[in-house]
Design a protein around this ligand. Sequence first.
Ligand code: PAF
Length: 326
Amino acid sequence: MTFAYRGLATVGLLIAAGLPAFAQTEVKIGYALAPDSHYGVAAQKFEEVLKAETGDAFEFKHFPSSGLGGEREVIEGLQLGTIEATIVSSGTLANFVPDTGVFDIPFLFRDLEHARAVLDGPIGQEILAKFDNVGLHGLAWGEQGFRHITNNRNPIHTPADAEGLKLRTMENPVHLAAFNAMGAAPTPMAWPEVISSLQQGVIDGQENPLSVIVSVKLDEVQKYLTLSGHVYSPAMLLVSKPFWEGLDETQKAAFEKAAAAATEAMRSYVDNVETSGVETLKDRGMEINALSLDEKAAFQESISAAYEGYYETYGKDLVNAIVAFK
Ligand code: PAF
């Protein structure tokens, strides 16, 4: 039954029961992080603006902290129409729309401003539109910030320090290729398994932006933080295509407005944590080093072999166009 038919059926039942003919549509929104994270803040803003635009037409049910499963499972739920919305990292997005992987290439973006301009510009929007071909609808790009390495083995200054490090990566072939080229021992793993794997010593480390390291309190299970900023981490606000197709034009416009506000809230959270996060983690006892420009260049050099593969997959012209984008 389509979303529109379901709505009509509910109204019919209410009338038959002698109740007012007003049905709220449920929006289950799942995300991997806590309510006070950048995802939680964005999801709350999304609901708030949608409510202001549509009154009580939609009832939100939040499932933070992977309450509906890992990111891949949640996206599959959207395709099936059993979950309406999500905010996810780019971790598994390339499994659904392979072109998204281009934004996961390490050392691609100069800074947050550069990444935001590309994602909000024609290159990012063209890729966002491709989600409509796979049972999903991309409402907006969000972000997590630049990813950094945490671990329990040793401080990392050079690629040699990461040699053989059992490092959890997202289930993302672009990241996997980079860490393999660097000489680490990358272990792709769904997020819900990461904390227990760190606690049990199954893996030595992981990599995520400050937004995640701070909000998840990774300092409780990780000793060293290396500010490597090796890759920008985009996020996406997605809805289920069957759900999207059941909305009328006014409702679609309200969802788009709410998604834009959610992205703004997410980026503003990231701006704050990028400034305050290092001090917070120092206070919590982490041993932190920032890569110098020379050290960073050595990491860039260590993954040059992976770049050949990226050019082959995504096209050198596209990669260069992203790098040159102002
Ligand atoms: O590392 C990941 O898988 C993601 O960055 C996370 C923490 C699930 C947020 O989307």
